[in-house]
Design a protein. Structure first.
Length: 268
């Protein structure tokens, strides 16, 4: 239950920075670079304090996978839109992680499969909208996003549980590497003016994922993948309260399915 509590707090952080990101005037790789640049001084301090660690190279792998995820996500949203990409990518990630982790963890118990299925069905029900355009390409790229999410979840899970990396230095090295990588494709002078909108996102993003990484040290990778879909529930509630969006019967059914699936997956 400690892992579930951590994932719940992580979901709140994740949904909040997504809400702030939606309101930001700057989008795309420029905003990703800016958020990483805001955290760069803190990352340097953490590295000076904690050191790189013997498995520092694992953070470079994490950075590469997270960057691929961000690029694929942007392309997916450009092709199919949120209503197509989001439910596909979020709903299929727990299933992909569960399947991919079988060589290390063995076949999961039936309750895990039921939980993953409930989460997938719940998200698909919540985000079902008529008249969706670009469905075929959106679904394809949404599955690509899910594959990237599955890849970095497994990579980071191995880094935490097998390589026993130091969490703070791991996040710091990954952040600095992302700044260096994206500087090659971003014009810093054009995006620095938006630093105020990037600060809260820059703080909440590593906080959200850092809590998920801590949860990985307490429970299975598959359970964490399922539990992280709680951000869909929190995001829906924030949309209802902050953006005053209407909640439909389908949304209510989807919320119940997601919560039930997460609780089943986290009960082991």
């Amino acid at each position: 239950m400690i892992a579930l509590a951590l994932l719940t707090v992580a979901a709140c952080c994740h949904a909040t920075w997504n809400l702030l990101l939606k309101k930001s005037p700057l989008q795309g790789p420029g905003f990703v670079w800016l958020c990483a640049a805001v955290m760069a001084p803190a990352s340097l301090v953490l590295i000076a304090w904690r050191g790189l660690g013997p498995a520092w190279w694992a953070a470079l792998g994490s950075m590469a996978l997270h960057t691929a995820y961000a690029v694929t996500l942007q392309r997916a949203y450009g092709a199919g839109g949120f209503a197509v990409v989001y439910p596909v990518s979020r709903g299929t990630t727990p299933v992909l992680v569960t399947l991919a982790a079988i060589p290390w963890t063995g076949l999961p118990p039936v309750v895990t499969w039921i939980g993953a299925a409930l989460v997938a069905c719940g998200i698909l029900v919540m985000d079902r909208t008529p008249g969706r355009r670009g469905l075929g390409r959106g679904v394809g790229l949404g599955l690509g996003v899910a594959a990237c999410s599955c890849a970095y979840t497994l990579w980071d899970g191995i880094a935490i549980t097998v390589l026993d990396v130091d969490l703070l230095s791991y996040l710091a090295v990954s952040n600095l590497a992302q700044v260096i990588l994206l500087t090659a494709v971003v014009r810093p002078r054009k995006v620095l003016q938006h630093w105020r909108s990037a600060v809260p996102v820059a703080v909440l993003t590593p906080a959200s994922y850092g809590l998920a990484l801590v949860a990985m040290s307490l429970t299975s990778i598959g359970t964490v993948a399922i539990g992280r879909t709680l951000n869909v529930v929190v995001g829906t509630l924030l949309g209802l309260i902050v953006l005053r969006e209407r909640i439909t019967p389908l949304t209510t059914i989807g919320l119940a399915a997601v919560v039930g699936g997460v609780l089943l997956g986290a009960s082991l």
